[in-house]
Design a protein around this ligand. Structure first.
Ligand code: SF4
Length: 117
């Protein structure tokens, strides 16, 4: 009989509903059952078929398990390159800071005109 070595609480990865999950994982790190707590605010213990059974992709050989960064503009066949998690996190932080600076520069040039009735 399967015995869970651990139960991991997480959120369903499939849609925006955000159902609460409990992944039952055996000693070989295999998810053999997915449940949901009845006290979960969003789904009250219920899961749709994807949320309950759709986890075969986790063990697929082609699954990407390292961060990938696209080095050229997005188009079919665009190449990505694998990076370490720390390098990817630093790259993402730098890109987010650059976008934030752009947004601040745009907001500095915006003006509002309000009037009462
Ligand atoms: S269990 Fe179904 S409804 Fe809930 S988040 Fe996952 S896909 Fe969406």
């Amino acid at each position: 009989m399967l015995q869970s070595s651990k139960i991991v609480s997480t959120t369903c990865p499939y849609c925006g509903v955000g159902c609460a999950l409990q992944l039952h994982i055996d000693a070989d790190d295999f998810i053999y059952k997915v449940t949901s707590p009845f006290e979960a605010v969003v789904n009250h213990g219920n899961l749709c078929v994807k949320g309950r059974y759709g986890y075969d992709f986790i063990y697929h050989n082609d699954r990407i398990t390292t961060p990938m960064i696209r080095k050229v503009e997005q188009h079919p066949g665009a190449r990505t390159q694998a990076f370490s998690t720390s390098t990817a996190a630093a790259w993402a932080a730098k890109a987010a800071a650059a976008r934030a600076t752009e947004l601040i520069n745009v907001l500095n040039f915006m003006g509002f005109s309000l009037s009462g009735f």
